[in-house]
Design a protein around this ligand. Sequence first.
Ligand SMILES: NC(=O)c1ccc[n+]([C@@H]2O[C@H](COP(=O)([O-])OP(=O)(O)OC[C@H]3O[C@@H](n4cnc5c(N)ncnc54)[C@H](OP(=O)(O)O)[C@@H]3O)[C@@H](O)[C@H]2O)c1
Length: 257
Amino acid sequence: MASVLVTGSADGIGRETAAALAAADHRVVLHARSEERAAQARAAVPDAAAVVVGDLASLAETKALAGAADSAGPFDAVIHNAGVWGRGRARSTTVDGLEQIFQVNVLAPFILTALMARPGRLVYLSSGLEARGRVDFADLQHERPPWDDMQAYCDSKMFDVVLAFAVARLWPGVTSNAVNPGWIKTRMGGSGASDELPAGADTPAWLATSDHPSATVSGRYLYRREELRANSSAYDVAVQERLLESCASLSGVELPR
Ligand SMILES: NC(=O)c1ccc[n+]([C@@H]2O[C@H](COP(=O)([O-])OP(=O)(O)OC[C@H]3O[C@@H](n4cnc5c(N)ncnc54)[C@H](OP(=O)(O)O)[C@@H]3O)[C@@H](O)[C@H]2O)c1
């Protein structure tokens, strides 16, 4: 039995992953943005051991969440699943004045990774759209017009792979990987998506808990349990270091080396 935290488990792929892990008798801790969503998450996955609460669009709440999550641990694995995209909306900023997609999709998993006790395994939900991500550290917050919500999402999902690979390189004792879950029928993926929820939950749950030799290799980008070549920037150590520096400077949190 493994102990696993799944962020963003009130809905979608995260909820499905948590339910699948609980059904396989693992100890699962859920995460939701608010007490109201936490109650809904618990109702959907009644066998979960606990629910931790924190809005990932707030630096203060994310930092507090790291402590609350550690109190609900220890964890063999953490699945960084929570994410947002723009849906054609105008650029929006968080309570911290940061661009929302970047803060929720990239900065929040960085903060949780840096502040929480190291689990044995880390899984970061990326997307096939990471291939269209572009590295532009001069405009990480997408302040330069015109605003392109899709580009901001693609960039954030590329940076999730960069983060997974950076952690894999710096923490050799931890298995850290990124996952493209496929196009899944969720609120984000839409009803026209090609695949059902279990297909999206399978690889994250497998990476978090399986003893299969392929599930315990670190520093890979996977789709359907198979390694794919990621955006070339993700393998670039200079890009990895620059992302860690940028996240540390924006959050005031350093990734322990
Ligand atoms: N569905 C797809 O086709 C697809 C494809 C590629 C990658 N992905 C990735 O897979 C992951 C899960 O996506 P999904 O399709 O399951 O999306 P979803 O159905 O929209 O669920 C997203 C989850 O993240 C949570 N979340 C979002 N913003 C948050 C915040 N500020 N604080 C705390 N929690 C927050 C949501 O909470 P609320 O429900 O309370 O908003 C929800 O539980 C994402 O990282 C996404 O980028 C999905």
